[in-house]
Design a binder for this molecule. Structure first.
Ligand SMILES: [Zn+2]
Length: 272
């Protein structure tokens, strides 16, 4: 069975630098990984489209370079809310804005508000969120949003830009039914990853069953959030496959349908 899956949120380009300790697991098992082996493994699992996601100016530059000539790969440029305070100066903003016209840039983000960790002050997060929404609108690009425990502030900001082509995805959606309804009303997509496979709470499973198929996107957030039954391994784009299988079962949907629809949703949103 040949599925066509799209990993709409990964940080695969980071493997070049291997800065996060998560890659120690690769070092310890001895097998050699290169971008090519990771991409080949994804293709073998039916994951033949991947979107790399930038989290800072330097990381977005790396992502643009990484997707380069690689087939079936695109990138989003973004400043993560954790990084907001480091990008408030106009030089960083100018360099970042210039990246929006680079080849294969199809989205802006991940950007948003994270009041769970608050690694950057709220004011800085809000400023960088608005800056990135404006940049996306200027270039007619969709946004990849990271919103954690901050929807009360997020919705008024989002609504102040509504209309004028504002569109995007709530990446790694794990919030409640009320915010799900708010997002559906606004036509936002939902990115679902490995978290779904280890959500024990019935109220979480109801969320994953309720997301309308027309707004559902699959993602990994690789190298993080490895789905069951691969917990303890480094997450890779190939793992979209098990999340798709899990969701098809949970939602009572046919796996081929789910794969085809989520891939079509992503291709329409990102225009690829
Ligand atoms: Zn991410």
């Amino acid at each position: 069975m040949s599925l066509q899956l799209f990993d709409t949120h990964c940080h695969m380009h980071e493997m070049v630098r291997r800065i996060t300790p998560v890659y120690d697991k690769w070092r310890s098992d001895g097998a050699e990984r290169t971008p090519e082996t990771v991409i080949a493994a994804a293709h073998e699992a039916g994951v033949n489209r991947m979107l790399c996601i930038g989290t800072s100016l330097a990381d977005s530059e790396l992502a643009v370079e990484f997707v380069g000539e690689r087939k079936g790969m695109w990138t989003s440029i973004g400043i993560h809310p954790h990084e907001a305070a480091l990008h408030q100066n106009s030089e960083a903003k100018q360099k970042f804005a210039a990246l929006a016209t680079a080849k294969k840039v199809v989205a802006v983000g991940e950007c948003g508000l994270d009041y769970f960790y608050t690694h950057s002050p709220r004011e800085a997060q809000i400023e960088l969120l608005k800056f990135q929404i404006e940049l996306a609108l200027e270039h007619d690009l969709p946004l990849s949003f990271h919103v954690r425990e901050a929807f009360d502030d997020f919705w008024p900001i989002f609504d102040s830009y509504r209309g004028a082509g504002l569109r995007g995805v709530l990446h790694s959606y794990t919030d409640n039914m009320a915010n799900l309804e708010q997002a559906v009303k606004r036509g936002l997509h939902f990115g679902v990853n490995g978290i779904a496979t280890f959500a024990r709470d019935e109220s979480q499973r109801v969320i994953y069953r309720t997301i309308p198929q027309r707004l559902l996107l699959l993602e990994t957030d690789a190298p993080f959030l490895t789905p069951v039954p691969f917990r303890g391994k480094v997450c890779e784009s190939k793992h979209v496959r098990v999340t798709a299988e899990f969701l098809a079962e949970l939602r009572g949907e046919n796996l081929e349908d789910l794969a085809a629809t989520t891939t079509a949703n992503a291709r329409a949103l990102f225009k690829v």
